[in-house]
Design a protein around this ligand. Structure first.
Ligand SMILES: C[S@@+](CC[C@H](N)C(=O)[O-])C[C@H]1O[C@@H](n2cnc3c(N)ncnc32)[C@H](O)[C@@H]1O
Length: 218
């Protein structure tokens, strides 16, 4: 059996040098986030931008829900992958980062495709369910404590064949470190088992960035 390689910084750079390229506004967001210090790590990895891009292109997705906008890198990456009639709703509770994201969406001429809602995500998800909104893809990248409930609520918002993609499911590799017993790591482990045992979806964890769990509704 072949063994998997460990993706260190050098290999990550090699992958980026030999893969899809970011557009100038995606690069501007990354540069902006670098100036934010520690919290820049909130943004998705460049390889994840490209992975989402390809999934959206291959599946010709036109309606996306995102939970966790931050300064807009993932939302912009997904919006750019959709055709002009595509629509993306992104949820976040932070007004400050939302302002920054909106600015970048406008600069990238994607503001007509992206709508943001500033409210605790659980409230927005309940409102979207009441409005009977449906999406083809839900991307979950917000507070890890609520992952299970976001996943369950997202299942109400997609049809059969729809996708839910969840970020950070490998939690810097700590999911397999038995010494790690903190609440967040435990939450992610329990979440991964919950999804994997869920008969409503089929799933695959992909080691891109901090680990993406891709689920397809059956
Ligand atoms: C990891 S960041 C999202 C990163 C973003 N996807 C990107 O690529 O730049 C998580 C975001 O979730 C938001 N968030 C955390 N808890 C939330 C909640 N209960 N409701 C709505 N947003 C929340 C935070 O404000 C933060 O902007």
């Amino acid at each position: 059996m072949g063994s998997n390689i460990i993706i260190n910084k050098e290999i990550e750079k090699y992958i980026n040098d030999h893969s899809l390229k970011l557009n100038s506004i995606q690069e501007e967001i990354i540069l902006y986030n670098e100036g934010l210090g520690e919290i820049k790590k909130m943004q998705i990895a460049v390889t994840q931008c490209h992975f989402l891009h390809l999934i959206i292109k291959i599946s010709k997705i036109k309606k996306i829900l995102e939970i966790g906008t931050f300064t807009g890198l993932s939302a912009l990456s997904m919006s750019l992958a959709m055709s002009d009639d595509g629509r993306l709703i992104s949820l976040d509770k932070n007004e400050e980062t939302n302002k920054v994201a909106l600015n970048f969406f406008k600069k990238a001429q994607q503001n007509n495709k992206i709508q943001t809602i500033i409210r605790p995500a659980l409230e927005s998800l309940k409102a979207l369910k009441e409005e009977k909104e449906k999406f083809e893809l839900v991307f979950i990248d917000a507070d890890k404590e609520n992952y299970k409930i976001y996943y369950d609520e997202s299942l109400n918002l997609i049809n059969q064949g729809g996708l839910i993609i969840i970020d950070n499911v490998l939690w810097h590799g700590e999911v397999v470190d038995k010494k790690k017993k903190d609440k967040l790591t435990t939450n992610i482990r329990e979440f991964n088992s919950y999804v994997n045992n869920d008969k409503r979806t089929e799933n695959l964890i992909i080691p891109v960035g901090d680990g993406l769990c891709v689920c397809r509704k059956l």
